[in-house]
Design a protein around this ligand. Structure first.
Ligand code: NAI
Length: 345
């Protein structure tokens, strides 16, 4: 029986994986994977990891020494992996799509809640405070949503916005032809949008794509939504833009320094991250802790695809969901062996 070292385990992970697993010995660890915890994978054939594991060169070298052949990411993003260090050492597979609907619907949930201040109303009415003061929102109908990244999630969010009668514009360096999407450049998107939603991956090019220069170009009163990756936004610049009332509200499912915080309970502690503490203290910031994916459908798909990825790996098949240093942006067809029906190495 092949052994899997499973990191950053939460009760719902264990429930769903145990439910569907038939032929792997899974050792569940609550610890996140990093260079200090990699030794837990000693003797495992595969590692199963998640968004906030630190899969840097040191972690990869250690896993390689311990005989781990493949890292099965149970998520789509892989910005936490040093892909160059992994190349030719450890294969990386992922779940490219598990429920783009889950993430897109959560994004709209954040917007609706923020705009109509439902989070504040909920707290008030529980206290029998039925005052409406300070709860005024805006109609979304006829407003402009600017979507950055029109991949699986971005396109669904765009359709949801259209369902609300919103105008939609988008920016993507790889626009989809004939998809009926109005593409504009970033400065135009910043200038014209009433709602800006991030749906692009975190790369060197998208790091702090919303920085102080970007906020300075935006319409006063814009809503910012980020359900992609925290470091797409320069948090201190967002805080300033909130203070200056450029940003009317921010719905965030991710935060650039989330790795040591999200998915854990710190309700009895003082949070040392002052930017996060200030953001959370803003009544017009709604923060969820990377939960946009968390639906039954998504969890079930994650388990099925992760186990199928591992089955394909151990049976020597071509890995449909493999990613590597050369094909990581999915656009580098020239050097992509997977597209020629081979494994990445
Ligand atoms: P996708 O790969 O289908 O789409 C990403 C899009 O971003 C592509 O169209 C790509 O061309 C575009 N893009 C690449 N570079 C860009 C740039 N510089 N500027 C603008 N667009 C750019 O990915 P998908 O499935 O739509 O996911 C989007 C992001 O959502 C992921 O990268 C991941 O970080 C995040 N995510 C968050 C989850 C959560 O629970 N909060 C769950 C799943 C994904």
């Amino acid at each position: 029986m092949k052994k899997i070292a499973f990191f950053d385990t939460k009760p719902y992970d264990r429930y769903w994986f145990d439910h569907f697993n038939q032929h792997y010995e899974i050792n569940y660890f609550e610890s996140k994977l990093n260079e200090k915890t990699a030794q837990l994978a000693n003797g495992a054939d595969a590692v199963c990891a998640f968004v906030n594991d630190t899969i840097n060169a040191q972690t990869i070298d250690l896993l390689n020494q311990y005989g781990v052949q493949v890292i099965a990411m149970r998520c789509s993003g892989y910005n936490n992996i040093d892909m160059k260090a992994a190349y030719k050492k450890i294969h990386i597979v992922r779940v490219p799509i598990y429920s783009p609907y889950a993430v897109a619907e959560h994004t709209m949930g954040l917007l609706l809640c923020l705009n109509r201040k439902i989070h504040r109303a909920y707290n008030r009415t529980r206290d029998f405070n039925f005052s409406l003061n300070g709860l005024t929102g805006i109609d979304l109908h006829n407003k402009t949503a600017g979507i950055i990244g029109t991949g699986n999630i971005g396109r669904i969010f765009l359709d949801i916005c259209r369902g609300f009668g919103m105008k939609t514009i988008a920016y993507d360096p790889y626009p989809i032809a004939n998809a009926g999407i109005t593409y504009v450049d970033l400065p135009t998107l910043f200038k014209e949008s009433d709602v800006i939603s991030l749906h692009c991956p975190l790369t060197d090019k998208t790091y702090h794509i919303l920085d102080s220069q970007a906020f300075a170009q935006m319409k006063k009163g814009v809503f910012i939504l980020n359900t992609s990756r925290g470091a797409l936004i320069e948090s201190s610049a967002l805080l300033k833009a909130l203070n200056q009332e450029i940003v009317r509200g921010a719905g965030l499912d991710v935060y650039e320094e989330e790795a040591d915080l999200f998915f854990e309970d710190f309700s009895g502690s003082i949070i040392k991250d002052e930017t996060l503490a200030l953001l959370v203290s803003c009544p017009n910031v709604l923060l969820t802790s990377h939960q946009a994916f968390l639906t039954e459908e998504a969890l079930s798909n994650i388990v099925h695809v992760t186990l199928k990825n591992l089955d394909s790996f151990f049976s020597g098949e071509v890995l449909e969901n493999e990613i590597c240093y050369y094909c990581e942006d999915g656009k580098n067809t020239e050097n992509c062996k997977r597209k020629k029906g081979e494994r990445c190495f």
